[in-house]
Design a protein around this ligand. Structure first.
Ligand code: SPV
Ligand code: MN
Length: 613
């Protein structure tokens, strides 16, 4: 048995509550060794991982890792929110009673770290001194070195972040045990994986994965699920799967801050790291605050404030290239310390590659391995360069710290956060949704967020044009039941004196042949500029039943060649299609218990306006 007192004492981790927590879980998982880690341990841990073959070099100061082939993404069906009150059950939170589920996970964790090291990771999901600091501290225990390296990139990690905690007892207790990945029955009736957030105990118990959102507990489990609960329980804040940016107008010096929710893998990272297109760059500059999580609260001055609790970016690599996201490429250049996961890898040159990194495959397949570790050269010739036989996993990722992103905002570390001017929602919709529509009424904005969705991608997944609803882009991350969550949103917004403007955006409208009508990527800035003009009263747009849409003249199209008829289509409201959508929304919202009357009023108002249109 490891002498836990001695290990923590020598590491300078003096907090008695942390000691009690580590002792308790070490007794259950039974590691051979315990080690407290800080960000300053990064170089040593990287070397250990390279020596052990867990990482491979991917260029100077770059690393490559491969995960177990059945462990490549979050597992929503194995993710559970537990509390001690059945009233906390929602439609999406997969609620279970803590008394029922905790013993199951604990049983699976018992003895499961034997032979391994348990790493103790003190972390903070906020800039030190943030008004939300009390909800930001956590300690993750993990038996996986790669998880430590990823956590060091994704959160502020170290013994020092715990030194100034105002309440030494108030930290999230997060336990991650990898388990025997080859014998967990992933996807079978005998699946042993459990990813449980015991929200009312501020305890996270994840067993059976070493991948991203299942294992980096500061990110999704704490930063979203636990914080979703804490924000409501404290009545103080909202925790949302949102990107956060500032658009700086160099002429006036003013910065507009926009937060926005998009369902997972809908281009949030590209949007957040955006570079102003062409000549627009002379006047505007986009600052990056975060690509995946924003915590929002009301400041003493009555403004809505926001910050990104994360310290890094865990981005989808597929289709990341010089056109879609030059800043992401810069963030994974040599010397950044970035880690690639499940891309293709060249054993000779140590390069990484993923579909969409370049228009063509690497010229020579020699030395290239696919994400499962099989040499491309050993495939049958017709499978070597075929879309049906990918090189990289569709969910392959890069992990890099915020400071590696060239357009990181100088205000990113400001504990005061930044005032939020606008909140946007966007999914992937091939028709019906215009490029942008602004929504002034806050309750209608919340209603719009609650009815956000992404279109079913394959025909088999659903009816064409029908959305898989993803309220606020929080469907996989909600700890709260939906009605209570919606009420909490209204309560927070009611306290805000200078209300943010809401807008819904859509970069994905298609023509009859399936081609995209809008060029997307950096050009998306044009829609956001209109939004800010609207908020400032510089444009009036056209009022429609579903919000205010820009006129063609109001959009800044400088340097963009776009057909007039295409623009008309991009800004049109198809009333018949919207009426269909209203019926689908009604069924979607009806499933939620206790949805506030103000949300229903917004719904009925939109429906009525459509009827009269
Ligand atoms: C997402 O899936 O929305 C992510 C990646 O941000 S993960 O951390 O794996 O959940
Ligand atoms: Mn995400």
């Amino acid at each position: 048995m490891v002498d836990v007192d001695k290990v923590l004492d020598e590491a300078g981790l003096k907090n008695p509550h942390v000691l009690e927590f580590v002792k308790h879980w070490a007794g259950i998982t039974q590691p051979d060794r315990i080690e407290v880690v800080s960000a300053s341990d990064d170089a040593r841990l990287l070397q250990e991982s390279l020596d052990a073959g867990e990482l491979e070099p991917a260029g100077e100061g770059l690393y490559y890792s491969q995960s177990y082939h059945k462990d490549t993404a979050r597992s929503e069906e194995r993710t559970i929110v537990a509390t001690s009150d059945p009233a906390d059950k929602g439609v999406y939170n997969n609620w279970r009673h803590a008394d029922e589920i905790k013993p199951v996970v604990i049983n699976n964790m018992t003895g499961a770290s034997q032979g391994k090291t348990m790493y103790v990771i003190p972390y903070l999901m906020a800039a030190p001194g943030s008004p939300l600091e009390a909800y930001a501290a956590g300690v993750e225990l993990t038996d996986n070195r790669n998880v430590v390296l990823q956590m060091i990139r994704m959160a502020r990690v170290g013994v020092d972040v715990f030194e100034n905690l105002k309440d030494p007892e108030s930290f999230v207790r997060a336990v991650h045990v990898t388990g025997d990945l080859e014998n967990l029955g992933q996807g079978t009736p005998d699946d042993k994986r459990y990813f449980v957030t015991v929200a009312d105990e501020r305890t996270i118990l994840h067993f059976g994965s070493s991948y991203g959102g299942n294992a980096l507990l500061g990110k999704i489990a704490h930063g979203l699920r636990q914080a979703n609960w804490d924000g409501w329980a404290s009545r103080k804040f909202l925790a949302e799967q949102y990107m956060l940016i500032a658009i700086q107008d160099k002429e006036t010096g003013k910065k507009y801050h926009i937060a926005g929710g998009f369902p997972s893998a809908s281009g949030k990272t590209n949007l957040a790291m955006m570079v102003a297109p062409g000549a627009l760059g002379d006047r505007y500059y986009v600052e990056f605050f975060g690509d995946d999580i924003a915590w929002l609260w009301v400041g003493d001055d009555g403004k809505l404030y926001g910050m990104n609790p994360e310290y890094g970016v865990f981005g989808v690599a597929i289709d990341t290239n010089a056109i879609t996201n030059p800043n992401a490429l810069a963030a994974v250049e040599e010397g950044t310390g970035a880690i690639f996961t499940n891309t293709a890898y060249n054993v000779n040159t140590h390069e990484t590659w993923w579909e969409g990194k370049s228009p063509d495959y690497p010229t020579d397949v020699e030395g290239w391995r696919d994400w499962k570790g099989h040499l491309i050269s050993e495939r049958p010739a017709e499978e070597q360069r075929s879309k049906d036989h990918v090189w990289a996993h569709p969910n392959c990722r890069f992990t890099s710290t915020m400071s590696n992103v060239p357009n990181e905002s100088p205000d990113y570390n400001d504990p005061a956060g930044v005032p939020i001017d606008g909140i946007i929602y966007g999914g992937r919709t091939r028709d019906r949704e215009p490029l942008i529509r602004a929504i002034e009424d806050p309750a209608e904005g919340v209603y719009d967020g609650l009815t956000l969705g992404a279109e079913a991608t394959a025909a088999a997944e659903g009816v064409a044009g029908q959305l898989r609803y993803d309220p606020m882009s929080m469907r996989p991350f909600l700890a709260l039941p939906e009605g209570r969550y919606a009420q909490h949103w209204l309560d927070i917004l009611d306290q805000v004196t200078d209300k943010p403007l809401f807008a819904h955006v859509n970069w994905f409208q298609r023509d009859a042949d399936g081609g995209y009508l809008w060029p997307g990527y950096s050009e998306n800035l044009r829609a956001l500029l209109w939004m800010m003009d609207y908020r400032e009263g510089r444009v009036t747009g056209t009022k429609t039943p579903v919000g205010v849409v820009p006129t063609k003249e109001e959009l800044n199209l400088e340097g963009l060649e776009i057909d007039d008829a295409v623009l008309d289509q991009l800004l049109a409201i198809d009333v018949a299609r919207w009426k269909q959508e209203i019926d689908l929304r009604e069924a979607h919202l009806k499933a939620f218990d206790g949805l506030p009357e103000r949300i229903w009023e917004a719904h009925r108002r939109v429906a009525q306006d459509l009827d009269q249109a």
